[in-house]
Every structure is written in C-alpha cells, then in structure tokens.
Design a protein around this ligand. Sequence first.
Ligand code: GLN
Length: 547
Amino acid sequence: MSYKGPKFIVVTGGVLSGLGKGIATASIGHLLSGRLNVIPIKCDGYLNTDPGTMNPIEHGEVFVLDDGGEVDMDFGHYERFLGVTSKFSWNLTMGKVFKMILDRERRGDFLGQTVQFIPHVTDTIKECIHSIAKAERADIVLIEIGGTVGDMENELYLEAVRQLRQNVGTDNIVFVHLTYVPVPSGIEEQKSKPTQQSVKLLNERGIRPDLIIGRGPEMLTNKIKQKIALFCNIEPEAVISGADVDTVYRLPLVYEKERVTEILHKKLKIYSPPSLGRWAELVDRMMRKEGKTPIRLAICGKYVNLHDSYASILEAISHTGAHLDAACQLVWVDTTEIENGKVSLDDALSGIDAVIVPGGFGTRGIEGKIEVIRVCREKKIPFLGICYGMQLAVIEFARNVCAISEANTKEIEADGFTVKEPVVCILPEQQKIVYKGGTMRLGGHDVVIVPRTKAEQIFRAPKIRRRFRHRYEINPEYVSRLKEKGMVFCGHDPSGEIMQLMELPDHPFFMGCQFHPELTSCLDKPDELFYNLVKAALEKKRSSQKM
Ligand code: GLN
C-alpha cells in the first residue's frame, strides 16, 4: 500500500552549539513552503515546561505565540521564514513530555506496566509528532532537535526519530545534519574531522544523515565535500555549504544555489518549487549600503550584553531596513549604568536619532529608562516604548507633566518598595495568581484603534491583533488625569479597559504599546511601529541636514 502520510525532515546539529540550526531549519522550510503545508516542531531537552520562566540572559528571548504559548526563540525564525502561525504544542520539551507521561501514569493508563524511557517516552514523543501532523494536515513536518548530537538530554528525541523512520519508511523521512567545518588559522584549510566524528555519533544512534550542511567561514570546496561524502557515507551532492552570510535572510538563497530544494524533492518525491524573487530583492535592499541615510538607534535596556534577549526587536529593525532607505546602526545603552551614574544621560544619547525602550521586568534599570524617556519627550527624539517601555513612558509623563511625583509601577513592590501613586498596577485577573509559569496575560489579543489618532494613520485599520506578555497595566484610575495633560491613548482592548497603545501629539514620533510588535514583524511586511519610528528618525535627520 502506498504511503499517504506526511513527509518528515529531521534537523540535528553536531560539533558545537550556536551554529544556527534554527535558521537552517527555517530556511529549509522556506524553500519547501511554496506549495506545501510545512509545520515546524522543535524538540528541547530541558525539563522546564517552557522557556517562560527562564532567564533571557541564558536562554535568549522568550517568543510568544498567538495562542499564548511561550516558546523557544527558534519559533521566531520559523514564523518569519515560513509565514506560519505556530502553536504551543509544536514546541516539545522534556518537561512537557514527562508531565504527560506522569499524568497518564496517575490516571492509571499504564496499570501493570513499568513505565520506561523506551517505549513510553519515545512513543509519547512520536504520538505528539503524529498528532500535530494530523491536526495541521501537514504535508511536511520539519523537526528540529535541540542541542548537539551526543548531549545526554536529547538522546530520547534521537531515538524517537530513529524509530519514526522505521514507522514511516526511508522514502518519507530525511535526516539533515548541520555541522561545523573550521578553517584553523595557520593551516588555512577546511577541516572535515569534526564533521566525521559528529556523524559517527549520529550513526551510533542508528541514524544516517541524508544531507550534511557544513557551516563555516567559507563555502565548502569540492575537495572537502568529496572527503565528507566518503567518510560519512553520503553522496557528494548531498554535502552542502552553509557559509557565513551577511544576513540570515540570505540563507534560503544560499541553500537554493546549493540545490537543497532539488535534493529534498528527489529524496522525498515531492514538488514545491520556491519563489525567491521578492525575497532576494528585499534581502538585497536590506543589506545595500549606498544611498542610505545612517540612523543611530539606541536600545535602552538591562540585557544589552546579550543581544539574543532582544532577537525579534533586531529582526523587526532589519525588516524596516528592507523598506526604508535607512542604515540603522544600533547603540546599546545599559540603563543600570545611567542609574548608578557610570554613564551620563548626555553621553548615552549624544547623536542618537531614535530610541527604543524594550520590554522588561523588575526594578533594576527602570529609573535610567525613565530618564531616557524624559529626554526623548523633551528633545523630540523619536521614541518607541514596548510593554514595560510604554508603562515607564506613562510613569515619566505622570511624574514630569502631571506632577504626580511619586508615580510608579506596583511591580517594584516585589522588591520591597512602597508605591504611593500606582500609575501602573496589576491587571485585575492577575491578582490572585501564585504560579509563575504561563500565567501572564499572554498571546494574541485585539487592539481597537481610536479614530483620528496617529495610530489610525499608521495602522489604517479599526482593529489590529498583536501579541502580549504582561502582568501589569496602565491604572484605569489615572487615565483621565493623563489625558487631561495631553497623553493620547490611541488603542485599547475591546472592553475599553486596558490601554494598549499611547502617543503624544506635537512630537515627531512618541508611541508606546503594551503589546510586542516585534513578534509579528516580517521581511515583506515590517511592523508599522518600527517602520514609523525609523521613518520619523529619517525625516528628522534629513530635515536637520537641509537646514
Ligand atoms: N513587567 C511588565 C509587566 O509585567 C512588562 C512586561 C514586559 O515588558 N513584557 O506588565
């Protein structure tokens, strides 16, 4: 009987972490998603249910899905490259898998049996994969296994996908292995040994890669491709270059040149030609230097040392660069240093054309952010406040324009402070919540746009949908006082109770949003707030140059 189910592409990583497996997976998905429904699944080895409670310094950004799931930041790449709206269930973690098994064990589903890693854990992983494929009517299921082959915590996923091949047959599954091909200094030659060793580790687990992507500083030579092919038991055409690129958006184009689509079509007996014309055009425009006006854009936060904490913000900025002739140069401002006097406000903001205060939590660094926001308001520097950034913009305005000098957010009471004027307070629904994981106001919600505001001009829609992740909100009791002094709340939830967007008139661009616009920005349609922030900075710069 011929096989009618979905095809599977499994991506593993070897040699070292940080090779860009998520982007490689997303790029493969991009190439196949022309005519086929490609559904990405990420398998993470850790025991947290999700990354929502993990430190962004260690783990990078927490990506929030429309359904409210807090997931690995690789989902950002998947959504931006594949145009899919992902679901929480598509991010498997060992924490989730074990929880499912333990719940079933307590229910009595395994009565009489000893519950074991194999078959119970591996079967659960496979069941999850199959049920997602079925529910989504996937043509292709793209499975990325986190970590590096040989890591203890991912062994069960590898065993599960090995068994998956037994179940669906070799014609319906492809294993892609991403490795590292170094060019050691002094030798100046591409080296295949790390790849050979990592493929051996994979072979020991019963998996033979069908496609090897060699990441490295340069394109792989034919010689090294032949060598890898020989030692790893694979055709030379199936060894492809994943050379460093100027932007990750170029990777699908590199893979296409290396004939990845053709190889996958042949191996899986599918046909879904990519249309890369517009994508290539946008990538070129994004990366072009000539004819662009340089803009210095400051990101003022406390995780400035780990840029991965703000990954989607950086993506959203680069998307605008593909549509506006601005060359955005990022300047990282650590607001804790402003707060403790290590860096002066003047120095931090000198020559800055636009400012973003991103989302955040806690007390550290917020007074520095409030000071930055004051300067943006007074000196008419284009400003975008995201989530905490909007809340702090409202606090700044309450203090310095409405003369509510003790204005603050209730959030800092957790650190032992007393807040007399809670201009930002906890959302009513959040008051009784004790558990920290997955309990914020999360995911996609509607934002009603108020007519005759800048927001209306920007979004040109009565209603938009954006993603949220917060516990606090602008205190409704202060809204009328803020409005009296000129703050405009230009977007709110459908009930009219939660303020979700604010703007200041008489300013080239001063907006704050309670949602995270960076999460839904993409290359062919940059988010409107980022776009208009950069546009305002460009216009301001060009008009000052004319004077
Ligand atoms: N800490 C704030 C809140 O919980 C803002 C959250 C954020 O910026 N994501 O409301």
